[in-house]
Design a protein around this ligand. Structure first.
Ligand SMILES: NC(=O)c1ccc[n+]([C@@H]2O[C@H](COP(=O)([O-])OP(=O)(O)OC[C@H]3O[C@@H](n4cnc5c(N)ncnc54)[C@H](O)[C@@H]3O)[C@@H](O)[C@H]2O)c1
Ligand SMILES: [Zn+2]
Length: 344
């Protein structure tokens, strides 16, 4: 099912409820280069056989400058031109790096995504942000440019490892927290295994999240206002993810708990919400405890992209489904982090 969604910088063709093989019909006459990672390539060999494919090691460490250079060199070997279409087939690492390379190779070529992880389906593939990391700094280099298309084929989820399901649900829980109290409630009353066993419920949750992300980005593509709300749980989350090499969704889950803690202090969020969130995270097999070195986390936060001189723009909740942006002095964040200090 094709649906065209207009963003300020371009229109994206969404092929919902589709089969990946549709790609070969859609782009039969174009030079296509596929970018994927080792896991996806080895699980779906028939998809890549006989096609120009760049297979990355995968994982967060692939999202760096040296991978960009090596992909560009491979594109030159494939004699890729400005008309070449790059298609990222994989999780968020693959879509981020594909979008980034496509934005800079020959000053920009077309690109599209086939998200294969849940996290990528509900979040990473959508919105036109394409970033790579710079050392410890997540997504420090990047562009905003929209893909030509995003194709959804949920058959890929059959091979998704358990931990990646949880990562995806962390972002789904995030949408509930910031935009959608009914979704938060639905998630609270369900579990990861229930969704995995009910493809209709799962599809409806994916559609709901895709819709939330699309409408947010449509009104604020360059993250001047409402799009910032999508960073709920990500400020401390990114710092923890980078320092402790824990998966994105796990770090975001902890980040959301920290943000709720802060919210209770600054917006008067009912402390019950933190408790509900904690229980919900456990229902989706996400961790709720971590031991951190607060000073190390703070030093990353001090170089966060969202920082001002003495404050960081933090996403806080006043109730489930109701989020806002609040510049917070570093010491308020430090206080909330202290409960996770490893030396306590
Ligand atoms: N651009 C954005 O707006 C945005 C938003 C959210 C997250 N992100 C980025 O996305 C990344 C996280 O995404 P992710 O969790 O998808 O990471 P990922 O790409 O590393 O995928 C997670 C793991 O799942 C495997 N995998 C993917 N699909 C599979 C399948 N169908 N079957 C079996 N294994 C499969 C991958 O090989 C990988 O090991 C982070 O780098 C994050 O910064 C970007
Ligand atoms: Zn995220």
């Amino acid at each position: 099912m094709l649906q065209q969604i207009k963003f300020p910088s371009g229109t994206v063709n969404y092929y919902f409820d589709s089969k990946v093989e549709l790609l070969w019909e859609l782009f039969a006459t174009r030079q296509v280069v596929l970018i994927t990672d080792k896991n996806v390539a080895s699980l779906y060999p028939a998809l890549f056989r006989g096609r120009n494919t760049i297979i990355l090691q995968g994982g967060e460490s692939s999202k760096d400058y040296s991978t960009v250079v090596s992909i560009c060199n491979r594109l030159i070997e494939f004699e890729s031109t400005r008309n070449t279409l790059l298609i990222g087939i994989g999780g968020g690492v693959i879509t981020d790096i594909t979008g980034f390379v496509a934005s800079v190779y020959m000053r920009g070529v077309s690109f599209g995504f086939v998200p294969t992880s849940l996290l990528c389906m509900v979040d990473a593939a959508i919105g036109g942000k394409n970033g790579i990391n710079l050392g410890l700094h997540k997504n420090m280099m990047g562009t905003i440019s929209q893909p030509e298309f995003i194709l959804y084929d949920t058959r890929f989820l059959k091979t998704l490892p358990d931990a990646e399901w949880s990562n995806g649900f962390a972002e789904i829980i995030k949408y509930g927290c910031i935009f959608d109290a009914n979704l938060f409630e639905e998630l609270r009353n369900s579990t990861l295994s229930a969704y995995r066993a009910d493809s209709i419920a799962l599809q409806s949750v994916i559609d709901r999240c895709v819709n939330w992300k699309n409408t947010t980005v449509q009104t604020d593509e360059h993250e001047k206002g409402i799009r910032k709300l999508l960073n709920f749980g990500h400020t401390a989350g990114h710092a923890i993810e980078t320092l402790y090499k824990i998966p994105h969704g796990c770090a975001v889950g902890i980040g959301m708990l920290i943000a709720c803690e802060i919210s209770t202090a600054v917006t008067g969020l009912n402390p019950n919400t933190s408790w509900q969130l904690l229980l919900t995270l456990t229902q989706y097999n996400l961790p709720t405890q971590i031991s951190i070195d607060v000073q190390n986390v703070m030093s990353i936060l001090r170089s966060d992209k969202k920082r001002n001189k003495n404050t960081v723009d933090y996403i806080v909740l006043s109730a489930p489904g109701n989020a806002g942006i609040q510049p917070l002095p570093f010491n308020v964040i430090e206080n909330a982090l202290n409960i996770y200090e490893s030396n306590n």
